[in-house]
Write a protein that binds this ligand. Structure first.
Ligand code: HEC
Ligand code: HEC
Ligand code: HEC
Ligand code: HEC
Ligand code: HEC
Ligand code: HEC
Ligand code: HEC
Length: 392
């Protein structure tokens, strides 16, 4: 969104218009009508799209980032087994509740080090929550990450060393928030970090991140309640297969890319090539990583190559996660493969007619993300179902 004028238009629940200028507008003095770039906010959609809205409230996209405002730093109940993480007999980090929030506090041989507050969380917690704390307007990652599969605190993936500050850059937020205004700041002769306009951050991935700015759509339909044909909004059903894939590729084609411009500006219908330059071998390479690169994996599958119309939507409802329901996903396989030919040996497996996933999209460990558990020298794997559908 760099250099682009952007108008942030927010409608209040009652229908009164409140105009908020997020960044420089050409003529911000007088009230202006909504434009193609006006953002209305997810709350506004509720009144006319109740089903989409109530599904969205439960979807991991919605909860993939949030400001930490309560003591609940791990969502979904239960809570981690330990109250912190011990690196060795000298250093441990303890989770503590203090007057103004929750903190990660290091102790070196019992002596307290710099306490750092849980300010924001990244990750819905389906797999993990990792956290950031503010140093003025720069965001740094907290040392400990929560991992669901072991229900424990671990050393954050990729954290170079104990208590060394790792920055959370705008690239994380491009995939995990709906908007964040960032500028580059020189922090050393060779290092650049991002400084954020904290108030600009729209947490979670909301309606307009996937559907494009809808301020004008909302304005039109509020003023024309009898017109039931969609106006000023891109319809997914009118997109080509490539455009549909691109709309998910913004965040699901891996991080091994060169950003050409901020992906916050991406709207359905845009060509992903305007945003990313894929390094040779990444997008469709033989070895894309299971983490964050579902498209690279899927594109190597015969299902994708040989069918004319397979998209992410063939198996996923973008509004509503299936919650690990592998039987429900298998119904999508069966819709294209009503008569899969299995050998006698395979047919002996009790799951063969109901759960196709464990055999054809087995769990694979990410090569880029591993996590360290307390008391273990080795690293544990982060496992995801591969999108390279095949006979394994
Ligand atoms: C005042 C009512 C109203 C509001 C508010 C509203 N819409 Fe709509 N929207 C409609 C109508 C009417 C249609 C056309 C009928 C339909 O598809 O439901 C529509 C259609 C759509 C479609 C196309 C559906 C399709 O057929 O593919 C999308 C996407 C959409 N709206 C997104 C949004 C988003 C995002 C918001 C909030 C920012 C929003 N709408 C707010 C009235 C509204
Ligand atoms: C992760 C991306 C994503 C998010 C977030 C999202 N949508 Fe959608 N939405 C889609 C896709 C993709 C389709 C097309 C589904 C299809 O055609 O199979 C769609 C379809 C729709 C439709 C058409 C009718 C339907 O349900 O198929 C409406 C209306 C709509 N979305 C509104 C919303 C609203 C309102 C929100 C926020 C409350 C929202 N969407 C959030 C991706 C998203
Ligand atoms: C290219 C987009 C992209 C970028 C950049 C990105 N992520 Fe992710 N992230 C994803 C996707 C997609 C998932 C969903 C599962 C998967 O593919 O691993 C995810 C999953 C996660 C999860 C687990 C969420 C859960 O509970 O399921 C965490 C935590 C996370 N990312 C943190 C980060 C951090 C911190 C950064 C920056 C260092 C970052 N991500 C950068 C796309 C991205
Ligand atoms: C949109 C339709 C479609 C869907 C959905 C679909 N497939 Fe396929 N699949 C195909 C086509 C087309 C082929 C190629 C068949 C051929 O080569 O004759 C294929 C091939 C395969 C093969 C053979 C792969 C190989 O390398 O030879 C397997 C196994 C398979 N699919 C399993 C699945 C499973 C499991 C699912 C669900 C997770 C699934 N498919 C979903 C269309 C689909
Ligand atoms: C703005 C970035 C972004 C866009 C656009 C986006 N996603 Fe995601 N998606 C994510 C992130 C981040 C996660 C991890 C959420 C979490 O924290 O668990 C995710 C998670 C998912 C999941 C796993 C959650 C679940 O349902 O179990 C699916 C499936 C998914 N996305 C499909 C899609 C599809 C299909 C599209 C295109 C219509 C799409 N996404 C568009 C960023 C995005
Ligand atoms: C043939 C069916 C199929 C297609 C097509 C498909 N997926 Fe999936 N996807 C699955 C299944 C099955 C899972 C595993 C569900 C689970 O673990 O809850 C899954 C899981 C995911 C996850 C969650 C990973 C995790 O473990 O949290 C993401 C993200 C995702 N898919 C994104 C996409 C995107 C983006 C596309 C389009 C490029 C896509 N999928 C196309 C079947 C499919
Ligand atoms: C126990 C593991 C297992 C399960 C479960 C399983 N498959 Fe297979 N599948 C295989 C193996 C192994 C092959 C190779 C042929 C063989 O040895 O049976 C295969 C072959 C295939 C093929 C390629 C052969 C052809 O007909 O073109 C398709 C398509 C396929 N499976 C789809 C499915 C679908 C759909 C489901 C779920 C309803 C499913 N499979 C469940 C293991 C499995």
């Amino acid at each position: 969104m760099k250099g682009k004028k952007r108008l942030l238009l927010i409608f209040s629940g009652i229908g009164m218009f409140v105009f908020l200028f997020s960044q420089c507008m050409e003529k911000p003095k007088e009230k202006v009508a909504a434009t193609e770039l006006s953002i209305a906010g997810a709350e506004t959609c509720k009144q006319c799209h109740q089903k989409a809205y109530s599904d969205y409230l439960k979807d991991p996209h919605t909860h993939t980032s949030w400001p930490v405002t309560t003591d609940e730093v791990v969502k979904g109940g239960g809570g981690p087994k330990s109250a912190g993480f011990s690196f060795d007999e000298h250093l441990k980090i303890v989770i503590e509740k203090r007057k103004d929030g929750m903190y990660q506090v290091p102790y070196y041989d019992g002596e307290e080090g710099p306490a750092r507050r849980f300010d924001i969380a990244i990750g819905s917690g389906k797999h993990a929550h990792t956290y950031g704390f503010w140093r003025e307007d720069r965001l740094n990652q907290l040392q400990l990450t929560y991992f669901r599969s072991i229900n424990e605190w671990t050393n954050s993936p990729g954290y170079p060393n104990r208590m060394f500050l790792q920055a959370i850059g705008k690239r994380c937020l491009e995939c995990h928030t709906s908007y964040a205004k960032a500028t580059n700041v020189q922090t050393g002769s060779l290092s650049i970090e991002n400084s954020f306009d904290r108030k600009s951050i729209i947490y979670g991935i909301d309606c307009e991140r996937c559907h494009g700015p809808a301020g004008k759509h909302v304005e039109f339909h509020i003023n024309n309640p009898d017109d039931k044909s969609p106006k000023y909004v891109k319809l997914y059903k009118d997109l080509t297969r490539k455009q549909k894939i691109d709309a998910c590729a913004v965040c699901h084609s891996g991080n091994d890319v060169e950003s050409l411009k901020s992906s916050f500006a991406f709207k359905p219908g845009d060509d992903i090539a305007e945003y990313y330059h894929y390094n040779p071998g990444s997008f469709a390479s033989a070895e894309p990583d299971v983490h964050g690169n579902q498209i690279g994996m899927l594109q190597g599958s015969q299902c994708f190559i040989k069918s004319n119309d397979m998209t992410c939507g063939s198996c996923h409802n973008a509004h509503k996660a299936e919650d690990n329901n592998l039987i429900a996903y298998s119904k999508k396989c069966i819709s294209c493969h009503p008569t899969a030919k299995h050998s006698k040996k395979t047919l002996g497996n009790a799951m063969v007619n109901t759960n196709c996933i464990n055999c054809h999209m087995p769990l694979k460990a990410s090569k880029v993300i591993t996590f360290q558990q307390a008391g273990h020298e080795g690293k544990s794997a982060y496992q995801l179902h591969t999108h390279r559908i095949a006979v394994y």
